[in-house]
Design a binder for this molecule. Structure first.
Ligand code: HEM
Length: 531
């Protein structure tokens, strides 16, 4: 590099450092952490990928609250449920903003920054809309769609195309979840895993998941770079293209939903905005509200289900959890009908399996970052104002003091009391914390419970086989993507009906002849009667 360039970089580093350097009123020390270097702090130690693994190491070395300095920017990593609860929930008034991640916040979401928005009146308006359709009562009316699409999933798995060596499983589960949410939110079902709307959502989600990574993008570290002209700032074009495609998809789906016959969540929320006059909400902002729900619901729910299948094909020899689940299902449900949500109280082992999925493979292992708007003191340490707060869910779900030994193993029993019937109320973290806790958690839990129970009721699940040699293709239970969301890498699995009764109960054909519009109108009736 030319000496002038070195000098320019040096000046830039000093400038950024001075602008961000810690200014606290407190005389208390910062939380412990790896030793920083002058100016750059811990930048050189920032993990490039799968950061949650490094954060777990740091928590073992320095404790449940770790401070790292990224060029003067404080990052606080929380690695126990107690600490996360104390700060993010109990002190939610201070700890509920989001950091300004340029690529995601400023460029890819522009004014419609719902997931990454600070905790403002505008966000509270959106939360009000979300809870009006995602709280336990409205969610209880959505069950017919979870059952319908779960049945379609079982039919698809029963008659897979392309022989019996197994197929990549991602598409089956993506279609299922996508169809549930697109029907409820927009009034149309998704018939195929190759549906162009579904493929676009998945592509946009994958891009966005990569944008929301603390420390991964140079423009987040040096926001000043955003002033560079477009050819020198390639992320601008990437984010602009992301935004344009997202905008077009969301507006088109919203338009379709309003034009579609029957009730749907788009119409429901539009009516609330118009009649309750909470405050003006432009149409595109409302369309982005619906799109945010679609994105969050698709990734979180599908990826949890995929990890459940990974557990089925990799862990069953260790804990024998599938056999135990079957015993419970056969005793309570029998073989003449599918399990449904009404069976939940009598099927604690199935609930323990779903809890263990959220713990074993939390789909957002680094959580979604929070930010504290004011300086705070905690356990003898100071947390500087505007620190980036990373809830290290990966470490939190591995706390042996809370979950018992062998936390890397899939052991549903850890969720049951000694009587084997009562589900323990252990601290939950997979859905986030405090005022930013996932508003879709009741809906997601119902969807996942129904599908897990029905898949276990219907199938022997085993790893896929090589089509030529017939040899089993082992599945790596740690192979995953890196981003906001941790998704299993593609893998093959075989689903064989457990017996003749499965086909008898499921019947022939498919479910696409069902009158889903009449079913949606029933939801409207249910909601009206629940008022
Ligand atoms: C198993 C499935 C799911 C998991 C594990 C999950 C997890 C999460 C997590 C960890 C957060 C961040 C919380 C925080 O900042 O502390 C979040 C936020 C969010 N989730 Fe979920 N989620 C799931 C399903 C859903 C569903 C089904 C919906 C909607 C229908 C949804 C809508 C949202 C929204 C809108 C936010 C943003 C909340 C905010 O920033 O204030 N999620 N979710």
């Amino acid at each position: 590099m030319h000496s002038i360039t070195y000098a320019a970089v040096g000046v830039l580093l000093v400038g950024v450092y001075l602008a961000r350097r810690r200014r606290t009123a407190s005389s208390l020390p910062l939380p412990p952490g790896p030793k920083p270097l002058p100016l750059i702090g811990n930048l050189h130690q920032a993990p490039k990928s799968h950061a949650w693994r490094k954060y777990l190491e740091w928590s073992k070395a320095y404790g449940p609250i770790v401070h790292v300095n990224m060029l003067g920017q404080s990052v606080i990593i929380l690695s126990s449920s107690q600490v996360a609860h104390d700060l993010l929930a109990k002190r939610g008034a201070i700890f509920s903003d989001r950091p300004r991640l340029f690529l995601a916040t400023e460029l890819a979401l522009k004014g419609f920054n719902l997931l990454m928005m600070n905790y403002t009146d505008q966000l509270r308006r959106h939360q009000k809309l979300q809870t009006s359709v995602l709280n336990p009562t409205p969610v209880s009316f959505y069950l017919p769609f979870q059952l319908l699409e779960s049945k379609q999933l079982l039919l698809d798995l029963l008659h897979p195309g392309g022989g019996n060596a197994g197929r990549d499983v991602h598409g089956y589960f993506q279609r299922t979840v996508a169809s549930i949410i697109h029907t409820l939110l927009y009034g149309f079902r998704i018939h195929s895993e190759n549906d162009p709307i579904l493929r676009t959502v998945i592509q946009l989600n994958d891009e966005f998941s990569g944008f929301v990574q603390v420390g991964a993008h140079i423009v987040d570290t040096f926001p000043v770079l955003n002033n560079l002209p477009a050819p020198l700032a390639p992320w601008k074009a990437i984010a602009e293209s992301h935004y344009q495609r997202k905008y077009a998809l969301r507006m088109e789906n919203f338009r379709k939903a309003l034009a579609s016959p029957g009730w749907n969540i788009s119409k429901h929320l539009k009516r609330i905005v118009e009649t309750e006059k909470v405050e003006e909400m432009p149409t595109d902002e409302l369309a982005f509200e619906l799109g945010t729900m679609i994105d969050a619901a698709l990734d979180g729910t599908t990826d949890s289900l995929l990890w459940f299948i990974v557990a089925c094909v990799t862990q069953k020899h260790r804990g024998g959890f599938i056999d135990k689940a079957r015993e419970e299902l056969d005793a309570v449900v029998g073989r003449a009908r599918l399990p449904t949500l009404d069976d939940r109280v009598n099927l604690p082992y199935i609930t323990a399996i779903t809890e263990e999925v959220y713990r074993w493979r939390p789909i957002a292992p680094e959580g979604a970052p929070h930010l504290n708007r004011e300086e705070a003191e905690y356990e003898g340490y100071t947390i500087p104002a505007r620190s980036v707060i990373v809830p290290n869910i990966w470490a939190i779900t591995r706390e042996e003091a809370v979950f018992g030994p062998d936390t890397d193993e899939f052991i549903p029993e850890r969720w049951l009391e000694d009587d084997g019937k009562t589900v323990k109320s252990l601290p939950l973290s997979g859905f986030g914390f405090g005022r930013r806790i996932c508003p879709g958690r009741y809906f997601a839990r119902n969807t996942i419970w129904v599908i897990v129970a029905q898949v276990l009721w219907a199938f022997e699940v085993s790893p896929g086989r090589d089509e030529v040699t017939g040899e089993v293709i082992p599945v790596d239970d740690e192979a995953c993507t890196y981003g906001l969301v941790m998704r299993s890498l593609p893998f093959k699995a075989c689903f064989e009906a457990r017996g003749k009764w499965v086909e008898e109960v499921l019947g022939d054909g498919d479910t696409y002849g069902e009158d889903h519009i009449a079913m949606l109108d029933k939801i409207a009736e249910g909601l009206a009667s629940a008022k």
